[in-house]
Design a protein around this ligand. Structure first.
Ligand code: 3PG
Length: 209
């Protein structure tokens, strides 16, 4: 990666995947996560409010490192560049997206689910990838198996990971971070229970020592 995606992930270790319906919730949510020690935030483009939510967090939450997730097309990548976010994630990758990302000056983490997809990403210089959906693909076993032929690959497993599993993934030498939505349960977000979200974030970071 002609960027610092790997360093960002290594420093963060846990990356919450945030799908925000109401942009007004973005700032208090991000404040709670940052207060709990979780600073690298993936705001997905899965909702119409996503881009506005990312902008609001960047403007108002010191300490947050904000990126866009569910970046599926070169157009989405352009949006990330226009917003000035710190990084972008995709759940998979197309040749067009990889080519655009290789040209863009933005830390980008493509998603992969197979050895061939990993090879396509690495061929364009992306050796740090999001393994998605990690648990459904075989979890820890899948990370180890993919790591054998590709010792230089680094993974951010995401999908089906919870508070209990995160430390086990992070104990693997080729796992730089784990991602997931578990840090922000839908009911707590709906209720605006920022204290509960902050407490879980702190518990999750404390569990890593
Ligand atoms: C993502 O987009 O990265 C996933 O939806 C996160 O998966 P999870 O909800 O199972 O954590």
């Amino acid at each position: 990666q002609a960027d610092n995606a790997t360093d960002l992930l290594r420093a963060a270790r846990i990356v919450p995947v945030l799908t925000i319906d109401d942009a007004a919730q973005a700032v208090p949510l991000a404040r709670a996560l940052v207060a709990g020690g979780v600073r690298m935030l993936e705001v997905t483009l899965r909702t119409p409010a996503g881009a506005r939510a990312a902008e609001a967090i960047m403007a108002e939450v010191p300490g947050a490192i904000v990126g866009l997730g569910t970046v599926l097309t070169p157009g989405d990548l352009d949006l990330a560049l226009r917003l000035g976010v710190a990084f972008a994630f995709s759940p998979g990758a197309t040749p067009e997206l990889l080519d655009a990302a290789a040209r863009a000056r933005l830390p980008f983490v493509p998603g992969i689910a197979t050895a061939s997809e990993l090879m396509a990403a690495m061929a364009r210089g992306f050796s740090t990838v999001k393994l998605f959906p990690a648990a459904q693909l075989g979890g820890i076993g899948a990370v180890k198996a993919l790591g054998a032929p590709f010792p230089e690959a680094r993974f951010c497993p995401t999908g089906g990971i919870g508070e209990k599993e995160a430390p086990d993934y992070l104990a693997l030498p080729n796992v730089v971070a784990v991602g997931g939505s578990w840090l922000v349960p839908g009911a707590e977000l709906k209720a605006g229970d920022w204290a509960a979200i902050e407490a879980r974030a702190r518990r999750s970071t404390d569990a890593l020592g």
